[in-house]
Every structure is written in C-alpha cells, then in structure tokens.
Design a protein around this ligand. Structure first.
Ligand SMILES: [Zn+2]
Length: 274
C-alpha cells in the first residue's frame, strides 16, 4: 500500500470535503468535470505556508492556469501536477508560487510551492486533488488511513445532564450542523457545554450547545473534537447545588456558598466517572 503524506499538515482543517465539492458543483449548476472533487485545506495564516508533494513523482505541469473558461480543468491559478507513475496524479492548486518545473523529480514531503489564493479562489487555501487514470477521486482515505482515528462515539440518550467536553483548541461554532454553515466563534479546549440537540450525519456528529442555533462538530470524518460527558445525579446533590446557586442569585450574592459535604460528594462523583 502506497503511503501518501499530507500536503500541508494534519493540523490544517478540511474546509471542503470531496462530497461538499460535489454538492457545491450541483448548487452552482456547473457541469461535471468543470468543478472537480478534492479536499480544501485551510488554517489561520495559511498564505505563504509551504505546500509539500504528497508522494514522490515527476512534475507534469507547473504553471499559472490561464483560466480561459474553454478548458474544464481551469481556475487553478498557480498549480502543480505531479505524476506518480502508477495512474495517480496529485494536483496542488491556488498556490502563491511554485518552486519546481516540468520534468523535476520530487520526493514525498518536498516543498513544491507556497499556499496562496490565485485563480478561482476566495481566500488562501490549498485545493488538493488526486486523479486516478484521469478521474478525480476523494483523497481523504489516501491521506488519513494511516492516522490514528477515534472510533465514532455512541450517541447517549439526550438528557438534561448530557454535556459535551471540547478536546481540541479553537473548535469552530457554527450556525448549523455541518461545515457549510456560518462560522460564529471558537470555543476552547476543555470547555463544557450542555447538549441541546444531536445530529448524526454518518461520518459527522454535531451537537447544539445553546438555545441559539450554535453547533460544533463532536466527531468529524474519523476525528473527535469533543466527547460526550454525562453527569448522572447520584443523589439530590444537583438539586442542592442548583438551590444554592438560585439562592445566591436571589440574594444578589457575588459568590455561591456550597457546603463542604457537597463538594466531597461532587469529587466522589467525578472519581466514579473516570
Ligand atoms: Zn477545492
């Protein structure tokens, strides 16, 4: 099995999957072959970051795509095509520049150019495309098969106590379940949210985390960005804590007084959960 290396890095976010490229093509009313599937990668400060060859091969094309609208394979801006010699060709589009020329032999992981927003692009990102016998295929399994992936979590029943704990830095909150929805803000590592709604979209699990339409991905294409945590009231502890908070609110008190017995119980509950 041939190993593919990541053209930008596993820390980059997939901003458009292959399936979303196809959805977008249909949405825009573009004929098949004129808007190819691939993976779009983005990250904060993407512009100018290095783009690497995903496999060893020979540079077949390295040019500024003229975007004539006569050729279906156009709009790529500065683009590099690498022929891997076994029917596979990888394509790196919208580059700021390329540092290789036609006929060059490149190694896997070798820098071939820098990320940009040339051609048909609305911001600095990499459109990474893989063609097998001239047909664009989904590069996802090629890049991510070797990565440790987290098993898709089982979805617990939605109760008042179901929480989601964020397990990565800067997780995007969106206006709906799915990356096509509007970005609202980031939430940070270890923050905990009550779960109001769960959407299982097969390779994606999204949770709504407020009364507003605010969602984040709990699980997305083999990666887990948060986990479910379920606080089970083992006694009347939660009710006592709620009562303490309510009393403090009513009294306009700046702090909530919780008796030490309750804290002991809370610690015990936490230990049992671990
Ligand atoms: Zn793309």
């Amino acid at each position: 099995m041939t190993t593919w290396t990541h053209p930008v890095g596993f820390d980059w976010i997939i901003t458009q999957t292959a399936a979303q490229h196809e959805e977008r093509r249909i949405e825009l009313g573009i004929k098949p072959g004129w808007y190819n599937i691939g993976l779009d990668f983005g990250i904060t400060g993407a512009q100018g970051r290095p783009c690497m060859a995903s496999r060893a091969g020979t540079v077949k094309k390295a040019w500024l795509d003229p975007y004539t609208q006569k050729d279906p394979n156009t709009g790529y801006g500065n683009v590099v095509y690498i022929d891997h010699g076994d029917g596979y060709v990888s394509i790196y589009a919208h580059l700021q520049d390329y540092t290789v020329k036609v006929g060059d032999k490149v190694a896997a992981g070798q820098v071939i150019g820098h990320i940009g927003s040339t051609g048909n692009s609305s911001g600095a990102h990499l459109h990474f495309e893989v063609r097998l016998n001239d047909k664009p295929i989904d590069p996802y399994p090629l890049l991510y098969q070797g990565e440790p992936t987290v098993a898709k979590p089982a979805i617990p029943p939605l109760t008042e106590n179901l929480r989601a704990t964020v397990t990565i830095n800067s997780l995007s909150v969106r206006s709906g379940p799915g990356k096509a929805n509007k970005f609202i803000r980031y939430v940070t590592l270890n923050s905990v949210y009550q779960v109001f709604e769960i959407k299982d979209l097969g390779q994606e699990i999204w949770v709504r985390i407020s009364q507003l339409p605010e969602w984040f991905a709990l699980y997305y294409q083999g990666d887990s960005y948060a986990r479910f945590s379920n606080v089970t009231p083992t006694s009347d502890l939660v009710a006592r804590l709620d009562a303490a908070v309510l009393a403090a609110k009513n009294a306009n008190a700046p702090t909530v007084t919780i008796d030490t017995g309750d804290l002991q119980d809370l610690l015990q509950m936490y230990r049992e959960k671990k």
